[in-house]
Write a protein that binds this ligand. Structure first.
Ligand code: ZN
Length: 241
């Protein structure tokens, strides 16, 4: 039995059509290519558990993504791993693995979500924060890149991988107890919400990287076990091009 088209879907289609028309007029007036227009269906991500609060992009004052970023161009092109890409359909089908990172900025510095975003956008020339979620030294969880959008956190393996970063340099610092507690909550939530199968360290995907640091690595087996995940990169599925 076919389902009627929802109002939300109709609205998204209208917005897409309007954006295309505006782009065409701009091209006609200026002779320049259309600006890239992104319409993400307003489907909310699954809610975190009642014990987990996430500071939204609006709440921390995120800059909008830059869809013309020089190191992340090629919108919606699965053939280009560094491209900005909005997953179509069910995110639970898209994601298999959570990758754990550290920010590599020592805990005794005044790191903020805005400083992470500035680094990723202005220095790395990515379209947005590379990670999907970030945990600060007080155990506060922040929304990074929209969960509907492929991350930029594990070179060559971003498709199907959720990036979670804990602030600190765990080659030097030890992760704080509150950070480990909250990281477990985040991993438990993501595992259940997106039916993940694996948890991996960033450095397991990219062996040249020390991320998330030697002082974080000993905790990853337990993190995975408690969340019912296997450890390692075995859940990665190469995208079909
Ligand atoms: Zn990393």
């Amino acid at each position: 039995m076919s389902r009627p088209i929802s109002r939300r879907r109709i609205l998204a289609l209208l917005i897409t059509s309007l954006a295309a028309a505006v782009g065409a007029v701009i091209t006609w007036l200026t002779g320049r290519p259309n600006p890239i227009v992104v319409v993400i269906e307003p489907t909310p991500a699954p809610s975190p558990t009642p014990t987990l609060t996430i500071i939204s992009r609006d709440q921390w004052g995120a800059r909008p993504p830059n869809h013309e970023a020089s190191n992340e161009f090629g919108f919606a092109n699965t053939a280009i791993d560094k491209a900005w890409y909005v997953y179509p359909g069910d995110l639970a089908e898209a994601y298999s693995t959570v990758a754990i990172h550290h920010s590599a900025i020592p805990l005794d510095t005044n790191e903020t979500m805005s400083s992470v975003q500035d680094l990723h956008m202005d220095t790395n020339h990515w379209a947005d924060v590379g990670y999907h979620y970030v945990i600060d030294k007080n155990g506060i969880v922040y929304e990074g890149r929209d969960i509907h959008v492929r991350g930029a956190s594990v070179a060559g393996y971003n498709t199907g991988t959720i990036g979670v970063c804990v602030m600190g340099n765990f080659e030097i610092d030890s992760p704080l107890a509150i950070q480990l507690t909250v990281l477990q909550q985040v991993v438990n939530w993501l595992s259940a919400a997106y039916t993940l199968t694996h948890l991996a360290a960033h450095g397991e995907f990219n062996p040249e990287s020390l991320c998330p640091g030697k002082n974080m690595l000993p905790y990853l087996d337990t993190l995975a076990q408690v969340a019912g995940l296997q450890r390692g990169t075995g859940g990665y599925v190469k995208p079909v091009v």
